[in-house]
Design a protein around this ligand. Structure first.
Ligand SMILES: [Mg+2]
Length: 454
């Protein structure tokens, strides 16, 4: 996935250097040489991430960050401050201003790309949730209850073999209202991972392989929602970078500065709560409005919405979007002969096979009856044909078991493909083109696929 980055620095050589590094990794780069231009560019381009120099004449980086975070239009964009490694006051001021992360100048490639990836992961989740949430989730639309929950104290687990250091960390977090336990203390009682918001793991001076532990914690099913912060010495920074790669969301250098730690825990907590709120809203919204209850696929309403969106994207980025309209052959006979319950079982089984034979980016919908529609983003006609053929085969390969009577029903499906290349055209025309192709598949003997062009 490509992402866009806004680079803000008053020194041209610094801007050029970052631009070259980022473009080499296929990031889209916007640049600004001072605060006012940075604010304007952030508003106009809505970049995915902003790299912001602290020391600038006129409006400095802290002020730019404060203004970005104060505006509803730019608040959600992560800001990474570029600071001198040793300047503790810089960092604290940046965190006060709402910065999401720091990079030391000169910027090393490992640190840069690991942090960008960690932020992109966060962005991807929150953006996808935001587009799925029909209520248009932005912070200013949150209820009072949701707003309050953003700043509720966190439950933190501190993992460090040096238990006195772990206790010191836990104490400093408790001092600002969080609940914190060290691993050793927590083992005395039993840990409930689903109640933990943040895990802090020391990477340096540990007997066990702390990176393996990170990976292991990430893989725990009940624990997948907590944020992981790792700490390490400057000498162990490569380990820290690796930890960011495998899912840690922040890295703090030792010796720990407790004020920095408190500020970063606050940022991570807010971020986690924000995603939690979006996820809850989406779950609730999906239940109510976009899921077809019989099959669990998306319903007609969601289908039309997403299709419209992908057609618009296609018109802008010149990538085709394909749709495949499926219709189960002779479905009426199934209903007539075996009853509606059996008919529903066939629809459900069909949906299950459809779902296991599509790519993650494909969107499977049931607009109604025995009709199904697959939206295939960024997919040209020939590829859509390959995908549709795989599904047709998966359906015809094995008859469907109707458990009630231990009876098997042979089911086949016909499909019509249409591809949109960004030309003038309406959603209704696009759907009609797929229906026409489907009609021809039926005419030509069923259990087959036809394309628009044929
Ligand atoms: Mg500067």
């Amino acid at each position: 996935m490509t992402a866009s980055v806004l680079v803000v620095d008053d020194m041209e050589p610094n801007r050029r250097l970052l631009q070259a590094k980022l473009e080499a990794k296929y990031y889209t780069v916007f640049m600004a040489a001072d605060g006012p231009h940075a604010l304007e560019s952030a508003l106009r381009h809505e970049p995915d991430i902003i790299l912001l120099d602290v020391m600038m004449p006129g409006m400095d980086g802290d002020e730019v960050c404060r203004r970005l975070k104060a505006s509803a239009a730019t608040r959600h964009i992560p800001v990474v401050m570029l600071t001198a490694l040793t300047d503790r006051d810089d960092r604290l001021r940046g965190l006060e201003a709402g910065a999401d992360d720091f990079l030391s100048k000169p910027v090393d490639d490992f640190g840069l790309f690991a942090r960008l990836e960690a932020l992109m992961r966060y962005n991807m989740v929150s953006n996808e949730l935001r587009t799925r949430d029909s209520a248009g989730a932005r912070e200013e639309h949150f209820s009072d209850f949701e707003q309050e929950s953003l700043d509720k104290p966190a439950s933190v687990l501190v993992i460090d073999q040096n238990n006195s250091e772990a206790r010191r960390v836990a104490k400093s977090l408790e001092a600002v209202g969080h609940q914190a336990a060290t691993w050793m203390d927590a083992q005395a009682s039993s840990i409930r991972f689903d109640e933990i918001d943040i895990v802090i793991i020391a990477l340096s001076d540990q007997n066990h392989d702390a990176l393996k532990l990170c990976a292991h914690l990430r893989a725990l099913k009940e624990a997948r929602d907590f944020s992981m912060i790792v700490t390490c010495s400057v000498a162990d920074q490569p380990k820290g970078v690796e930890a960011l790669r495998i899912g840690a969301s922040d890295l703090i250098l030792t010796p720990l500065d407790m004020l920095e730690l408190q500020a970063r825990v606050r940022t991570q907590t807010r971020r986690k709560r924000f995603v939690d709120i979006l996820r809850r809203r989406v779950d609730r919204g999906l239940e109510l409005s976009v899921i077809d209850h019989l099959t669990g696929l998306y319903n007609r309403r969601y289908m039309l919405e997403r299709l419209q969106l992908w057609m618009q994207r296609s018109a802008v980025n010149e990538k085709p979007v394909s749709i495949v309209a499926f219709d189960i052959d002779h479905f009426k006979k199934v209903n007539d002969r075996y009853g509606h319950e059996a008919g529903d079982l066939v629809l459900r089984n069909f949906a299950a096979r459809l779902r296991t034979n599509i790519r993650p980016q494909d969107i499977a919908c049931r607009p109604g009856g025995e009709e199904f529609l697959l939206i295939m983003p960024d997919t040209r006609e020939e590829l859509a044909e390959v995908g549709a053929e795989r599904i047709r085969e998966a359906i015809a390969a094995e008859p469907f078991l109707i458990e009630r009577d231990d009876e098997y029903i042979k089911v086949t499906v016909s499909a019509g493909i249409a591809t949109y290349n960004g030309e003038e055209g309406l959603l209704a025309d696009f759907l009609h083109a797929a229906d026409q192709a489907l009609y021809r598949a039926k005419q030509n003997g069923r259990n087959r696929i036809e394309t628009m062009a044929a």
